[in-house]
Ligand binder design. Structure first.
Ligand SMILES: CC(C)(COP(=O)(O)OP(=O)(O)OC[C@H]1O[C@@H](n2cnc3c(N)ncnc32)[C@H](O)[C@@H]1OP(=O)(O)O)[C@@H](O)C(=O)NCCC(=O)NCCS
Length: 333
C-alpha cells in the first residue's frame, strides 16, 4: 500500500476520493443524502478561510482505498487545533490503512507545530474504537436534529412571529452582512463563545468584519446561499441565526450559527429569529424540504428551542481530540 501526499488534486484523484466518500457514507451514514461530486470537489479545492489543507490518498495497486484530510488553521490561529478526517473504503477496513493515514497526518500536525487535532465520529460506528485506539478522547457529544418543513404548523409560526419581544426588530440579509451591520454582527458572533464549553483546546474564533466577509465568500465560492436573520435593538444585534442552502442539494438546508447575546436572553429571541428564518425560507426557497442541525447535549436551551420548532433527534455524534504528543508516531517507511 502506498500513501500519496496530494498537493493540488487532479480530476482523477478527486473522482477516486469521491468514490471512497460515497462508499463510506453508504456504509456508515446511509440516511444522509449522498455527498455530490461537486461538494467533494469544493471541499478538496476550497479550504475554509484562514486554513490550509493537506491531503493524502492510500492506494493499493493503483486503486484508492482510503483518504485523509487535514485542515491546519493559519499561523495567526496557531493555538487552534487542526481537524482530521480519515476515510477507508468499507471493503478495505481492519488492515491498518486508517492507522497509517492517521500516522502520516500526525507527522504533519507535529511538523507544523500544532498543539492538538480534533475529529468527529458518528456514534456506534467503527470511527469510535478507531479514534480511541489512536490517542483521541471524546470531548463533546452532539445530537443531530432534522426538521421537515412540512411538519411546521403555520399557525404556530404566525403566533411565534407575532410574539416578538417589544423594542426589537427583525433584519435579514442574503450573503455577506451589509456594511452598516458588520461590526454589530461581529460582536454578536462573539456570543457564540459562551456556548456550553467542551474541553477542546481553544476553538474560540475572534470575529471581525474581515473574517465575516471571508466566511460569506467561502459559502458563495461553493455556490451555496447563506441566509441570516437578526434581532436588532438600536445599534446592537441581540441575536441571529444563519442557514446555508447548498447549491447541489437545496432540499436539505444546514443550520449554521445561532446565538443570543447575554443580556438579551430569556426573551425568546432565539426562537423568534429561527421562526422568521423558517418563514423566509418557506417563501423564498420552496425546494428546501429539511433543515439539519446539531446541538451539544449540554446545550439544553438550544435543544429546547429546536424541539419546539419541530426538529427531531436523529443521530449522535462525538467530537474527539488528541494532543499532538498523544498521536501515534511517524509512519513506518
Ligand atoms: C474509522 C476508519 C477510518 C478506520 O479505518 P481502518 O483502516 O479500518 O482502521 P485500522 O485497520 O487502521 O484500525 C486501527 C485500529 O482501530 C480500531 N478499530 C478500527 N475499526 C474497528 C472496529 N470496527 N471495531 C473495533 N475496533 C476498530 C482497532 O483497534 C484497530 O486496530 P486492530 O485492527 O489491530 O485491532 C474506517 O472505519 C472509516 O472509514 N470509517 C468512516 C469514516 C470515519 O468516521 N472516520 C473517522 C473520523 S477521523
Amino acid at each position: 500500500m502506498d500513501i500519496i501526499a496530494v498537493e493540488i488534486p487532479t480530476a482523477v484523484q478527486i473522482r477516486a476520493w469521491h468514490s471512497v466518500v460515497t462508499a463510506v457514507q453508504a456504509c456508515d451514514n446511509p440516511e444522509e443524502p449522498p455527498q455530490t461530486l461537486e461538494q467533494t470537489t469544493g471541499r478538496l479545492t476550497t479550504p475554509p478561510p484562514n486554513s490550509r489543507l493537506l491531503l493524502w490518498i492510500a492506494a493499493v495497486d493503483g486503486v484508492t482505498v482510503g483518504v485523509a484530510y487535514l485542515r491546519l488553521p493559519a499561523e495567526r490561529d496557531g493555538g487552534r487545533p487542526a481537524e482530521i478526517d480519515v476515510l477507508v473504503h468499507p471493503a478495505h477496513r481492519r488492515r491498518g490503512i486508517g492507522a497509517r493515514l492517521l500516522r502520516r497526518a500526525a507527522e504533519a500536525v507535529r511538523a507544523h507545530g500544532r498543539p492538538a487535532v480534533v475529529a468527529q465520529a458518528i456514534a456506534e460506528t467503527p470511527a469510535v474504537p478507531f479514534l480511541e485506539s489512536q490517542g483521541f478522547r471524546c470531548v463533546l457529544v452532539l445530537t443531530g436534529l432534522l426538521l421537515r418543513v412540512d411538519d411546521v404548523d403555520p399557525g404556530w409560526l404566525a403566533d411565534t412571529l407575532a410574539a416578538g419581544p417589544p423594542g426589537y426588530e427583525l433584519v435579514r440579509w442574503r450573503g455577506a452582512v451589509p456594511d452598516g451591520l458588520a461590526d454589530a454582527f461581529a460582536d454578536a458572533k462573539l456570543a457564540m463563545d459562551d456556548l456550553p464549553a467542551d474541553e477542546t483546546v481553544t476553538e474560540r474564533m475572534s470575529w471581525d468584519a474581515g473574517r465575516l466577509g471571508e466566511m460569506a465568500d467561502m459559502v458563495a465560492k461553493r455556490g451555496d446561499d447563506l441566509y441570516t436573520v437578526a434581532a436588532v435593538r438600536g445599534p446592537v444585534i441581540a441575536g441571529f441565526t444563519e442557514i446555508v442552502v447548498p447549491a447541489n442539494s437545496p432540499e436539505r438546508a444546514a443550520q449554521y450559527d445561532t446565538a443570543v447575546v447575554p443580556g438579551h436572553r430569556g426573551k425568546r429571541i432565539g426562537i423568534w429569529v429561527k421562526a422568521a428564518m423558517l418563514e423566509w425560507l418557506l417563501a423564498e426557497r420552496p425546494e428546501v424540504r429539511e433543515i439539519e442541525t446539531d446541538n451539544a447535549d449540554d446545550n439544553v436551551h438550544m435543544l429546547a428551542v429546536n424541539e419546539e420548532l419541530g426538529f427531531r433527534r436523529q443521530r449522535e455524534y462525538r467530537d474527539y481530540q488528541a494532543e499532538a504528543a498523544d498521536l501515534p508516531g511517524p509512519p513506518e517507511r
